[in-house]
Design a protein around this ligand. Structure first.
Ligand SMILES: Cc1cc2nc3c(=O)[nH]c(=O)nc-3n(C[C@H](O)[C@H](O)[C@H](O)COP(=O)(O)OP(=O)(O)OC[C@H]3O[C@@H](n4cnc5c(N)ncnc54)[C@H](O)[C@@H]3O)c2cc1C
Length: 476
């Protein structure tokens, strides 16, 4: 038996469910493959930061696989169309008898996998797929009425029960080393389509599973205990910053949960506030993945709850305001700092992801899909399930979403979560020298700072709030 292991969003050799199974089943070695589909990725709004990061992780994966005597082959195809033929050709060329992969849950990926499975079946080769992206497989937890969960808290309770009952798989060790290489590794191309290979701030986001594990280790050691207190303050390095690694699978959620459990005497839902809260965030990720599987419309740019998918503004003024939002030039310091953090680093703190998404959808009444796409294009951690979940939460169209009348005030958010303005000053250089509370409403204190480059607010929040309440009331 010689498996062909197809890597996708699982770029690691440790605790990789399909890889561990392939290596255990193999009697004549293992061949690995990754499919590069740049046009498809553009269609999915993947931007340069995510793809640059992906490419660097593939380089690391190829090296790690070589250490297990497994060659990583590369297939390049503009889109998913025809991937089944390429994979089958590769399998035949290397005398592989089975294809192994971990499930993906997005609509196009699932359709592709069905085509691949059919092609392999026609050729008499077997296909084995595994749940790996979540601790609890998406679709496994159902309500008493046998429906998918659409509210987070009961989902989390059920998740706890499932895990505590010992039903969830544990992290697995390193995949078994193969006796010898049965092919030679392909080089990783210097560029994927027209994606910029340098993008994604390699200085901030070091690639590879070893680095991901080290990042997890230092978070657990230094910041986990304080997570609950620190997690809402974007000026503090209080969260794990593991999202890019989880998005491409350089680390697994099982590894994350087990590391937190170790630090919490094995307790999932009691004990230290930091570990318990952090694990509950990892469970949000699992919640949104099961939503994606159960309600594929969210993959198709459709609202989960169409009732609140109001008539968004699309005129020239809205487009100009959208451009200002993207550039971090709305005149609201906390919004601008966050958007500049995104543009400069490929990542944004969760608290301000919510603030900027609320600002776009409520203050500016701009379609959440515009924001969702911009985030996908700019984020190193771009992830359809989490991003769509976050955007629809903010727009009031999502599962368990913020109700439409809960509109964040960007000034109060700023005062509450960046009280001394340290985060704003870090990213909005025009306001660097503004002192004290003026940082939150610089337009009120023009005499305090001479720099006129910083814009006046593009909209008055109080008026915008009334407009939003009216729009949602009329439409809903
Ligand atoms: C509008 C909006 C867009 C978002 N887009 C993305 C995205 O494209 N990719 C992405 O991974 N996350 C996204 N999130 C969720 C969240 O902001 C990030 O996962 C988090 O900020 C990543 O930082 P961290 O790794 O330090 O998180 P930590 O606080 O350390 O949390 C650990 C892990 O739990 C998961 N997690 C944390 N918060 C959430 C959440 N609210 N929803 C789902 N999973 C969560 C992530 O995988 C994260 O890495 C979005 C949130 C909003 C409001």
């Amino acid at each position: 038996m010689r498996p062909l292991m197809w890597f996708r969003a699982d770029l690691r050799t440790r605790d990789n469910t399909a890889l561990v199974a392939a290596c255990a089943a193999a009697s004549k070695g293992v061949v690995a493959v990754f499919t590069i589909c740049p046009e498809q990725w553009r269609e999915h709004d993947w931007g340069d930061p995510r793809v640059g990061f992906l490419r660097r992780n593939l380089l690391e994966l190829s090296k790690a696989l070589e250490g297990r005597n497994i060659a990583l082959k590369i297939i390049e195809r503009d889109t998913f169309d025809g991937v089944e033929t390429d994979l089958l050709d590769l399998a035949k060329e290397h005398h592989c008898t089975a294809l192994f992969f971990n499930e993906e849950y997005e609509v196009n990926e699932r359709a592709r996998d069905a085509r691949v499975a059919a092609a392999f079946a026609r050729a008499g080769l077997s296909v084995r797929s595994f749940h790996d992206q979540c601790v609890v497989p998406p679709g496994e937890l159902r309500t008493q009425e046998d429906k998918p969960y659409t509210v987070y808290s009961p989902f989390k309770r059920k998740w706890y029960a499932y895990y505590n009952d010992g039903n969830a798989p544990k992290a697995q060790s390193l995949a078994k080393k193969q006796p010898e290489m049965v092919s030679t590794p392909d080089g990783i191309p210097d560029q994927f389509g027209n994606y910029d290979p340098q993008a994604g701030r390699p200085d901030l986001w070091k690639a590879g599973e070893d680095h991901a594990r080290a990042r997890l280790g230092s978070f657990i050691e230094d910041r986990l205990a304080q997570y609950k207190e620190d997690r809402d303050f974007p000026a503090i390095n209080g969260t794990s910053t593991l999202s890019p690694y989880l998005a491409i699978g350089a680390i697994s959620p099982r590894q994350c949960i087990e590391a937190a459990l170790d630090a919490n005497h094995g307790k999932l839902d009691t004990g230290g506030k930091g570990p318990v809260h952090w694990m509950s965030e990892v469970i949000w990720r699992e919640f949104y993945r099961q939503i994606l599987l159960a309600f594929p419309r969210v993959c198709r740019h459709q609202a989960f709850n169409p009732k609140y998918d109001i008539k968004w503004r699309t005129d020239k003024k809205a487009k100009d305001e959208f451009a200002a939002w993207c550039e971090g030039k709305t005149g609201y310091p906390i919004v601008d700092a966050a958007m500049r953090q995104l543009n400069q680093t490929g990542w944004m703190h969760n608290r301000v992801r919510m603030a900027v998404a609320m600002f776009l959808t409520k203050d500016l009444l701009i379609d959440w899909r515009w924001g969702e796409r911009y985030f996908m294009e700019q984020l190193v951690d771009a992830d359809l399930a989490n991003n769509n979940g976050g955007w629809q939460w903010s727009a009031a169209t999502g599962t368990d979403a913020a109700p439409y009348f809960r509109i964040f005030n960007p000034i109060s958010q700023s005062r509450k979560f960046d009280p001394d303005g340290a985060y704003i000053r870090r990213f909005v250089e025009e306001l660097e020298s503004v002192e004290g509370d003026s940082i939150h409403e610089p337009w009120k204190h023009e005499s305090l700072f001479q720099d006129t480059r910083y814009p006046k607010p593009i909209i008055d929040h109080a008026e915008a709030r009334e407009r939003a309440l009216e729009a949602f009331k009329v439409e809903s």
